[in-house]
Design a protein around this ligand. Structure first.
Ligand code: 5GP
Length: 202
């Protein structure tokens, strides 16, 4: 059976990647969203097992110790990681999987799984990012400043991604994201088998 494709999406906090991805999932039933584990506290409305698996630092590190994480990293004082088992299972069943993770984790994935496709979503500007985070209102002012400071370093990592797009207008960004997914299906490395088949039948 064909293995699914692993997409890794990074964007500075407040860039709107959650909104873009929600729309992408509505349109793609073959795409599975990997729920991450984190040691940060749930925000209002966040549900354990849906938005994240909310773990204590102890439990998180125990999972890391037992090779239970595909990647993990610390971000703004909290740990975040991708539970390994579900991702590997879904990929082997032929589903595409999307990881929504920060840049240190994305780098670990590319090293371990070079066939993964890394997509970076840029904000129109760092000032716009600050404005969106303030508008969202889910973080205190100093957490917002921490995240904005983090953003510049994250944007520098975008040079190493396979695809870079911008979230200015939401519906355009959704179309752009869909185009990247579509284009990646025609990557020659995935289609060598099809070339072989056509030649065999020539
Ligand atoms: P937030 O606290 O806003 O939900 O997430 C903060 C950052 O952590 C975001 O950039 C998000 O993409 C990233 N993140 C979420 N889950 C994971 C994960 O499993 N691994 C890594 N490395 N980063 C993650």
């Amino acid at each position: 059976m064909n293995k699914g494709t692993l997409y890794v999406v990074s964007a500075p906090s407040g860039c709107g990647k959650g909104t873009i991805l929600a729309e992408v999932f509505k349109r793609n039933s073959n795409v599975f969203y990997s729920v991450s584990a984190t040691t940060r506290n749930p925000r209002e409305g966040e549900v354990d097992g849906v938005n994240y698996y909310f773990l204590t630092r102890e439990k998180f590190l125990e999972l890391v110790e037992n090779n239970g994480m595909l990647e993990y990293a610390e971000f703004c004082g909290n740990m975040y990681g991708t539970p390994r088992e579900t991702v590997e299972k879904k990929l082997s069943e032929g589903f595409d999987v999307i990881l929504e993770i920060e840049t240190k984790g994305a780098k670990q994935i590319k090293e371990k799984m070079p066939e993964a496709i890394l997509i970076f979503i840029l904000p129109p500007s760092v000032n716009e990012l600050r404005r969106r985070l303030n508008k969202r209102g889910t973080e205190t002012e100093d957490v917002i400043e921490k995240r904005v400071n983090e953003a510049e370093g994250e944007i520098r990592q975008a040079y190493d991604y396979d695809y870079v797009m911008m979230n200015g207008d939401l519906s355009e960004a959704v179309e752009d994201f869909m185009s990247i997914i579509r284009a990646s299906k025609f990557d020659k490395t995935k289609n060598n088998k099809i070339i072989d088949e056509v030649l065999e039948n020539a």
